[in-house]
Design a protein around this ligand. Structure first.
Ligand code: ZN
Ligand code: ZN
Length: 512
């Protein structure tokens, strides 16, 4: 059934069927294709390109397994990492292959792990699109593996982690992996300076005042920037930080101080440090446009700083993107407060939680409280064309045997759908049908999370649960990157309360 799923991208936007045993892509080996070279030629619909290519054997996965779209408990995390490793490190597909690509027919040869039988790719990269859209891809096995992973879902932009995002280690980048990455980008016409937006480690908090913590965070951050510079990556996205251990004003200054130091380091080249807009309240920095503007105001080299607007985060933080009017108003606010010249990238996620709920819960496009119309507003805004747009939507699925897997065909379909939204008439049957279908798919999750948010509002209105609310706030902050803070800050009772709240809502999985 995997084949059917992969092929159904134009017509079916529904979640994978329950009898889906294993998705094509989880068996597919990182395999080069004739993609990039044909991007320009693809403008004519029936262009046929034949390429022969030798692909290097992919080394065994290292500690770079990673995942995005849902935050998980460490235990769940490890399970996922194991699965990813299992899925991605068993490359036996060595040797030559001929790939005949015809846009209309879409035939691309990718070999499965245990078989020389070709399988269908998920999607081709679009050449005739105004958007640069993609997803956060895995670099399990090395940074070069981002390339086959992005080609596989038809992405024209991508995010990745530069190293293990849950560890403080800063090992040197494997030079062979770096060479493979750089050559792979050339081979596939991937303009890495324009379409790649790596994501920082979740551990780094550049707003930490403690000398030791500050050094640890800076070193990890700087190491990522050096890696970007070596790979020709121009943009680097990071969470600004949190003021758990200091005041907001001081935290903002500390972030800028770290940025100035990094910008002055020749090893970081001219990599642009891109601040991500955040969802949360509390001590998280970056939940308002004012926070972002304040950081930028303290940055000396303005050409080295940018902003990534996360649609889910800003919506959760109270910025409404749903109608053309509210969308225009938010963009005007962005321009007035920060300056649109700083907007360099987008994280494209729907939201399972309502407007101004301060919950970071990514939903698949069109299934959340933002809805398809918000994304129609976004992709039809010409000011955003050419910027990397990265999907961090949940792709977790469960197969017939109850085994979890990441169904990356969801991203492949979302990419194509968003590309199709450009110029689509919102009054057309096509749009209305699509909007309705997706809205229905997300109904259950919207009700569930919406109910949680409402109940929390009611609880918070009562004085007796103030302690619990505080604990929950800390929990939220923790999820936003301040993990190391919590054991020190939370008194045992509050910790227990936080845990209880967390357990109640664990299935909600706040994202990052
Ligand atoms: Zn998020
Ligand atoms: Zn993020």
């Amino acid at each position: 059934m995997a084949k059917d799923t992969a092929e159904s991208s134009e017509s079916s936007l529904s979640p994978p069927p329950e009898d889906l045993i294993i998705p094509a892509e989880s068996e597919v080996i990182a395999k080069s294709t004739a993609h990039g070279r044909k991007r320009k030629a693809e403008a004519t619909v029936t262009t046929t390109v034949t390429t022969t290519k030798r692909t290097k054997k992919v080394p065994a996965a290292d500690a770079n397994d990673e995942k995005i779209g849902t935050a998980e408990t460490p235990r769940k995390k490890r399970t996922t990492a194991k699965n990813v490793k299992h899925d991605e490190d068993g490359d036996d597909a060595e040797g030559e292959e001929s790939t005949v690509v015809k846009k209309a027919v879409k035939q691309k040869v990718i070999r499965t792990k245990n078989s020389k039988e070709p399988v269908q790719p998920l999607e081709e990269r679009s050449a005739d699109t105004k958007l640069r859209i993609g997803a956060h891809v895995s670099v399990a096995g090395g940074v070069h593996n981002a390339i086959p992973n992005l080609l596989h879902i038809g992405a024209n932009a991508f995010a990745m982690f530069m190293k293990n995002q849950r560890k403080w280690d800063n090992p040197p980048m494997d030079p062979e992996h770096a060479t493979l990455f750089i050559n792979g980008c050339k081979d596939h016409n991937i303009e890495v300076g324009d379409c790649c937006l790596p994501h920082s480690s979740y551990l780094v908090n550049l707003a930490h005042p403690d000398a030791e913590r500050k050094k640890q965070a800076y070193d990890c951050f700087q190491n990522d920037l050096v890696r970007c510079n070596k790979l020709g990556i121009r943009l680097y996205n990071f969470h600004p930080g949190n003021a758990n251990a200091t005041t907001r004003e001081e935290g903002i200054k500390l972030i800028a101080e770290n940025l100035n130091r990094a910008h002055a380091d020749p090893e970081t080249g001219s990599v642009i440090t891109v601040l991500e807009t955040m969802a949360s309240l509390g001590n998280t920095i970056g939940g308002t446009f004012e926070d972002i503007a304040a950081i930028i105001s303290h940055v000396e080299k303005k050409e080295r700083v940018g902003v990534c607007l996360d649609t889910c985060h800003v919506f959760a933080a109270g910025y409404d993107l749903r109608t053309p009017e509210t969308y225009a108003e938010v963009m005007k606010q962005f321009d007035d407060i920060i300056g649109l010249e700083y907007l360099m990238a987008l994280h494209v996620n729907d939201s399972k939680a309502p407007l101004a709920s301060y919950r970071d819960l990514h939903a698949r496009i069109g299934t959340g409280y933002l809805g398809l119309r918000a994304f129609h507003n976004l992709v039809n805004d010409e000011r955003l064309h050419g910027m990397p747009m990265v999907l961090e939507t949940p792709v977790d699925s469960v197969d017939a045997n109850g085994k979890k897997f990441e169904d990356k065909s969801i991203w492949a379909r979302e990419i194509k759908m968003l590309e199709r939204l450009v110029g689509m008439d919102v009054e057309s049957d096509e749009f209305k049908k699509l909007e309705q279908t997706l809205r229905e798919q997300g109904e259950g999750e919207r009700e569930r999370i919406g109910g949680q948010v409402e109940r929390k509002k009611v609880k918070d209105a009562k004085p007796k649960v103030v302690r619990k609310k505080k604990a929950k706030d800390e929990e939220n902050e923790e999820l936003d990157g301040g993990k190391e803070e919590k054991p020190k800050r939370a008194a045992p009772k509050r910790k227990a309360a936080a845990k209880k709240v967390k357990n109640e809502e664990e299935s909600a999985d706040d994202d990052e």
